[in-house]
Design a protein around this ligand. Structure first.
Ligand SMILES: Cc1cc2nc3c(=O)[nH]c(=O)nc-3n(C[C@H](O)[C@H](O)[C@H](O)COP(=O)(O)OP(=O)(O)OC[C@H]3O[C@@H](n4cnc5c(N)ncnc54)[C@H](O)[C@@H]3O)c2cc1C
Length: 286
């Protein structure tokens, strides 16, 4: 059982992790060793205190060096589900389950809206994790939404198990070439099924019958990640202490709303870390 689970590896998370480490809290930190893809894309940053004119790539490198010097490690797993329980939270990262007393969401802004039916049928035929749930579809027909080339190996893995795969990509020249894979038979409009997934409806009105749908993309909408989390539009609702409506769950950075800026993300990460320290002290007194 960790003191805190941090989800995301951008500036909000880096700031929080450094402060929590200074307070000797045990941390499980999920994200990417490459830190933040958003920061990476920034050509030149001129408004971040102390680092005049730095490229995003260089800033990511500085983050990676700083956390390594602090003895912090990132577990390279995508968190796909968070469940509150009596002791704190259970988090699903890949095919592993982790437990923490508190959670800090630093997931960035999520632009990818889920497909209609995705959230309702999550766990009833919709999955975010090929390695966790792929075996359930051995010899069956599935649809796979592959949100980026980095997930193609997961799609390949699913194609080894399933009898037939309809593969949907939002980009051209998909690298998955197999006899049992049909690439881009159309565009997904909706995932359908009453109690379980029964098919995918395409934008041209056709329906494909499938037993399951795998959605492979870089972010999960916060409301899907943690059911019951209060959301306003796409933003996680927080108070001045970066606390959400779920006790023990805090949020910082772009995921709490505008302005989408590095300094705001780092500042909120710092506030959240202090709030978590106070929250944990309260738990110890109980
Ligand atoms: C092109 C561009 C240029 C920019 N230029 C500037 C600038 O000059 N100045 C400025 O102040 N701001 C700039 N920004 C904005 C700035 O990059 C963001 O405000 C900042 O990165 C937000 O930090 P964050 O920590 O909230 O989230 P992010 O940096 O978005 O990091 C979120 C991280 O969480 C990970 N993640 C998400 N969900 C999960 C999950 N379920 N499990 C595990 N990991 C997960 C993501 O993969 C990502 O690594 C720019 C943004 C872009 C796109």
């Amino acid at each position: 059982m960790y003191d805190v689970a941090i989800v995301g590896s951008g500036p909000a998370a880096v700031s929080a992790a450094l402060t929590l480490k200074n307070h000797n809290k045990s941390i499980i930190w999920f994200g990417s060793a490459k830190m933040s893809p958003k920061v990476e894309k920034s050509e030149m940053i001129a408004n971040y205190p102390g680092v005049a004119m730095v490229t995003g790539r260089e800033l990511n490198r500085l983050y990676a060096r700083q956390i390594a010097q602090a003895g912090l490690e990132i577990t390279e797993r995508m968190v796909t589900n968070i469940l509150p329980n009596r002791r704190g939270f259970m988090l699903q990262g890949g095919d592993e389950i982790y437990e923490a007393k508190t959670v800090l969401l630093c997931t960035g802004s999520v632009s990818a809206k889920g497909f209609p039916g995705e959230e309702r049928l999550l766990g009833s035929g919709v999955s975010y994790c090929a390695t966790c749930d792929g075996f359930l579809y051995k010899g069956k027909t599935i649809a796979v939404f592959c949100g980026g080339r980095e997930y193609e190996h997961e799609a390949e893995y699913l194609a080894e198990l399933a009898e037939k795969v309809y593969l949907f990509t939002p980009y051209a020249d998909c690298g998955v070439v197999r006899d049992n894979v049909t690439v881009n038979p159309g565009r997904i409009k909706e995932i359908t099924g009453a109690m379980r997934v029964e098919g995918v409806m395409l934008t041209d009105g056709r329906s494909l019958a499938v037993n399951g749908v795998f959605v492979l993309r870089s972010a999960v909408a916060p409301g899907t990640l943690l059911r019951g989390l209060e959301i306003d539009g796409a933003d996680i609702v927080v108070d001045r202490h970066m606390a959400t409506n779920v006790p023990g769950c805090f949020a910082a950075g772009d995921c709490t709303g505008r302005p989408y800026q590095l300094a705001k993300a780092a500042g909120e990460g710092n506030v959240a870390a202090h709030s978590i320290v106070t929250y944990l002290a309260g738990l110890e007194k109980q």
